[in-house]
Design a protein around this ligand. Structure first.
Ligand code: SAM
Length: 197
C-alpha cells in the first residue's frame, strides 16, 4: 500500500494533478479516527489519492467521492480497484453541483474541488451532514495568495483568490456553523453546526 501511495504521488506530479498535501491528509485521517467517522463525502476525487487514504484511516469508514473530469475519474476507479478498496469507496462521474442526493447522510464532507465554487458546494451539501457532522475545506491559503488579492495582476487568479477570501468571510460570519481554521498544508477549515439552544 505504501508503495502504491508513492506511485500515485509520482503520477500526480508527472501529470500535474493537484492532490492534497501530506500534512493535510494526515490531519483528516487522524480526525476520522479520533471522531469515529463512518461516512465521508468528497467533492473532487482527482485520481483517488485522498479518497484512498481516507478510506484506509479505519476499518469501517466508507467514502463516496465525486469527480467531473473523465480521465481523472477513470484513473481514480483504476486506483481504487488496484488497492482493493472498491467495497469502501464509491466513485461518481458527475459535476458535484448537478448530483442528486436522497436519503443519505455523511459524518464528514470534504470540499476539494473548483475553488471558485466552495460556497456553492457548502450551501448544497450542508443538508447531507449527519447530526455532529463536519465540513472540511482544503486550500484556504491557496499557495499563499489568499489575503493578497489586491496585489495580484492576473485577472483570473485575482478573481479566484477573491472568491476564496469571500468564502473565508462567509464561514466566519456563518450563523449556522462554527468554523476552526488550521494553518496546515495549504490551509484547512473544519466547520461544525452550532449547538441548538
Ligand atoms: N481530493 C483530491 C486529492 O487530494 O487526491 C484532489 C482533488 S483536485 C484538488 C480537484 C478535483 O476536483 C479536480 O480533479 C477537478 O476535476 C474536480 N472538480 C472540480 N470541480 C468539480 C465539480 N464541480 N464536480 C466534481 N469534480 C470537480
Amino acid at each position: 500500500m505504501k508503495n502504491f501511495i508513492l506511485e500515485m504521488e509520482e503520477y500526480a506530479n508527472l501529470h500535474n494533478v493537484p492532490i492534497i498535501e501530506k500534512e493535510s491528509i494526515a490531519f483528516i485521517m487522524k480526525y476520522i479516527k479520533a471522531n469515529n467517522i463512518k461516512s465521508v463525502l468528497e467533492i473532487g476525487s482527482a485520481i483517488g489519492y485522498s479518497a484512498i487514504l481516507m478510506a484506509s484511516a479505519t476499518q469501517d469508514v466508507v467514502v463516496t467521492t465525486i469527480e467531473r473530469d473523465e480521465n481523472r475519474y477513470m484513473e481514480c476507479l483504476k486506483n481504487v480497484k488496484k488497492c482493493g478498496l472498491d467495497k469502501k469507496i464509491n466513485v461518481f462521474y458527475q459535476d458535484a453541483l448537478e448530483v442528486n442526493l436522497n436519503n443519505v447522510e455523511y459524518d464528514l464532507i470534504f470540499i476539494d474541488a473548483a475553488k471558485g465554487q466552495y460556497k456553492k458546494f457548502f450551501e448544497k451539501f450542508k443538508y447531507f451532514l449527519s447530526k455532529d457532522g463536519v465540513i472540511i475545506t482544503d486550500n484556504l491559503k491557496f499557495h499563499g495568495y489568499v489575503g493578497k488579492a489586491d496585489s495580484i495582476e492576473s485577472k483570473n487568479l485575482k478573481s479566484l483568490v477573491q472568491k476564496i477570501e469571500g468564502y473565508i468571510e462567509f464561514l466566519k460570519d456563518n450563523k449556522e456553523f462554527d468554523t476552526k481554521f488550521y494553518d496546515i498544508g495549504d490551509g484547512l477549515s473544519v466547520s461544525k453546526r452550532k449547538d441548538e439552544k
